[in-house]
Design a protein around this ligand. Structure first.
Ligand code: URA
Length: 218
């Protein structure tokens, strides 16, 4: 049965959304369909839509960002805004084809503060990250990648289940999960956008590409 839950159906836990949607939770499209109806934390209320991951279900490499931004919230796709453009450039330099990898976020709804006409990004809190881990876990279970790349602290926290300082383990191939998978932690592409000095930006972009090359080689 593939009935989809109505927008008003009560879903307090991510698993309730899955049940209400009565979809096949062993396929990515099924999980994505269920995630559209998630009301497990308050972020759905102001967001335009759930932004689920994108990419092949047999991808060997998964990239996990923080949460959709303004452009992603509107498009319904991850990493299509300014951070996505710099991410795409770094992937290309590292020799990674974006269409061959799976790209997703730790949190699937855009969290923001309205300032006039602008929607300013707000970091998801520990509770929101924890609740949304349920969806990320389903994506990981189905895809079973060889390597998961955490883009920034929110993704690293979601994947490891605890706060994880980026610089301490950056660029290392760490054990992940129980099936011999590995995880690599690097910075979030938005960090590069925030650097004011041209020299800093070039250096940090190079370091980011180096991390992606480690991921590609692994
Ligand atoms: N930042 C993220 O972490 N994810 C996106 O999809 C876009 C910006």
């Amino acid at each position: 049965m593939t009935r989809t839950a109505s927008r008003n159906e009560l879903v307090r836990k991510p698993a309730d959304a899955a049940q209400a949607a009565s979809v096949n939770m062993t396929s990515l499209t099924g999980v994505q369909d269920a995630a559209r109806h998630c009301r497990a934390c308050p972020l759905w209320e102001n967001a335009t839509q759930t932004v689920f991951g994108e990419g092949p279900d047999d991808a060997r490499l998964i990239f996990v960002g923080e949460q959709p931004g303004d452009a992603e919230d509107i498009a319904g796709l991850p990493f299509v805004g300014p951070a996505g453009r710099i991410f795409n450039r770094a992937l290309a330099e590292a020799g990674i084809e974006r269409k061959e990898v799976y790209v997703t976020n730790a949190v699937k709804h855009f969290k923001f503060e309205q300032r006039g006409k602008r929607r300013l990004h707000k970091r998801p809190d520990a509770g929101e990250i924890e609740i949304c881990r349920w969806w990320l876990s389903r994506e990981l279970e189905i895809i079973e990648p060889s390597l998961v790349v955490a883009l920034g602290a929110t993704a690293a926290r979601s994947l490891s289940g605890k706060p994880m300082p980026i610089e301490r383990s950056r660029g290392e191939l760490l054990p992940f999960g129980s099936n011999g998978g590995r995880m690599l932690v690097t910075v979030h592409p938005s960090y590069l956008l925030r650097l004011r000095e041209e020299n800093d930006r070039a250096r940090e972009f190079g370091r980011f590409v180096d991390d992606l090359r480690i991921a590609a080689a692994a």
